[in-house]
Design a binder for this molecule. Structure first.
Ligand code: NFE
Length: 482
């Protein structure tokens, strides 16, 4: 008889995700036969932005998440510049790339060492590594270095944050991303300080992070073939190499059938093909299938078919996986396969590529040249900012009317990956990746966790709570919120 195991919440991710898996005896083993991913909080940022000054948007949307605020600030800034018909200056582009790069490095290190690695090795037997599920791990000497690196990685992540703050002013949530440019002009001293941190981090990435991921992939090599999912990959492209955004370090495109003989790559990505379905989401049914530029956020809870606060984004009506594997695949940098270990390997190799490009962008910076070239809020207009957050494709769609924001829609990477079923009843990428996964112990399905963690989900980005009429939040000088 089938068992239904509910992981609520899934731990060692960002934000609050509930995953329900149905486990049944199939062909002589326990296998996941169905899965439902639930975002358990309403985000509401779209609704609270309406009627505000457009220049508020980068500051407010950076609060969607503390792990990838830079991406939200950038997407918002790009959307506002599109609406105003502005093109960024060279120095603004380079500074945006450098702070975003710092954020990528801290996020990738955080994901592997603090969130995913404990699926493969036992951490020190004290908090924060305990309590933990007791399950069988592979005892292999190739993993011996990984445990001390769980602690060593903390310094690496701190350095990445400190590096981003050199140009970003603070981390997380830098306020240097503004329509019209960037608020800080680079000095020679800042460039030198940034390069010193970057050099240390690039060494850590190449000598520690990449070997650790490769060791896990070698010991758990069977996990290359676990959790493939939809095999449709999507990248909006990121790290602009030209001021108009036509050239990017990681290119825009989609890949259908990744890892199969009949796979086809399509670089003619068309953002008009994006829609959001809400049949299985707690939003008004009449708003399903809308393009985000015409999007609507009308919560309805409960409703009969609803099981998530995440909408279900679709490209050409189909679910697509977003993330480092999608980016690296579309760009031609990693095409070894699709599955749990391929996601980890592609993420680590992306860190190498981004770190290398950051060194070049530092060389290209024009010391002393102001990166802000002016911005006037248009009376009306619309624009889209498409970029890539560490976890995948991120889009902000804005409309301005009477000089105020009249519409704002955000689609985050985790909405693509952890989406619920769409209007056709088709499961989202993470749900599809879970189905078919073998499980040793239905009460402690570590195999399911490995699949989930490989996507690096962030439910903070995907959903957020808002308390209309709630008590105001007071921020004390110590930085603690009451
Ligand atoms: Ni909260 Fe985020 C990233 C965005 S994921 S971390 O990367 O956008 O949905």
């Amino acid at each position: 008889m089938a068992t239904i195991t509910v992981m609520d919440p899934v731990t060692r991710i960002e934000g609050h995700l509930k995953v329900e898996v149905t486990i049944d005896w199939v062909n002589g083993r326990n296998s996941i036969t169905d899965a439902r991913c639930t975002g358990t909080l309403f985000r509401g940022f779209e609704t609270l932005l309406q009627g505000r000054a457009p220049t508020d948007a980068p500051v407010i949307t950076e609060r969607i998440c503390g792990v990838c605020p830079v991406s939200h600030g950038l997407a918002s800034t790009l959307a506002l510049e599109k609406a105003a018909g502005l093109v960024q200056s060279t120095n603004a582009r380079l500074l945006r790339n450098l702070v975003l790069g710092a954020n990528y490095l801290q996020s990738h290190l955080l994901h592997f060492y603090l969130l995913a690695a404990l699926d493969y090795v036992r951490g020190p037997q004290k908090a924060p590594w305990t309590p933990a599920w007791d399950f069988e791990l592979r005892d292999d000497p190739r993993l011996a270095d990984l445990v001390p690196h769980l602690v060593a990685s903390l310094e690496a992540r701190r350095r990445a944050h400190e590096m981003g703050a050199i140009f970003g002013g603070r981390m997380p949530s830098p306020h240097t991303y503004v329509p019209g440019g960037f608020t800080l002009a680079p000095t020679a001293a800042a460039v030198a300080a940034f390069r010193a941190q970057l050099t240390w981090l690039r060494t850590f990435i190449s000598d520690t992070y990449v070997p650790d991921v490769e060791a896990v992939a070698a010991v758990y090599t069977d996990y290359k073939n676990v959790g493939a999912g939809v095999r449709k990959l999507l990248s909006f492209g990121v790290f602009e190499e030209s001021n108009d955004g036509s050239a990017k370090l990681l290119k825009t495109g989609i890949q259908d059938g990744a890892g199969t003989r009949s796979g086809s790559r399509d670089t003619s990505f068309n953002a008009a093909q994006i829609t959001e379905h809400v049949t299985a989401s707690w939003y008004e049914d009449s708003t399903t299938g809308l393009h985000p530029a015409a999007g609507s956020t009308q919560p309805v809870y409960p409703k009969p078919q609803g099981y998530s606060w995440l909408k279900a984004p679709r490209y050409g009506g189909k679910p697509f996986e977003a993330g480092p594997l999608a980016r690296m695949w579309v760009n031609g940098d990693y095409r070894s396969g699709v599955g749990v270990m391929h996601r980890h390997l592609a993420r680590a190799r992306e860190a190498v590529k981004v770190g290398q490009a950051m060194d070049r962008w530092l060389d290209e910076l024009q010391v002393g040249v102001p990166p802000f070239t002016g911005y006037d809020t248009p009376t009306s207009g619309s624009g889209v900012g498409l970029t890539e957050a560490p976890r995948g494709a991120l889009g902000h769609w804005v409309a301005i009317s009477g000089g105020k924001l009249s519409r704002y829609q955000v689609i985050t990477p985790t909405c693509w990956n952890a989406s619920p079923r769409d209007d056709a009843g088709v499961r989202g990428p993470m749900e599809q990746a879970l189905v078919g996964t073998s499980v040793m112990d239905p009460n402690r399905p570590i195999e399911a966790l490995r699949v989930i963690h490989s996507f690096d989900p962030c439910l903070s980005c995907a959903v957020h709570v808002m308390r209309p009429g709630g008590a105001p939040v007071t921020v004390l000088r110590t930085g603690l919120a009451t």
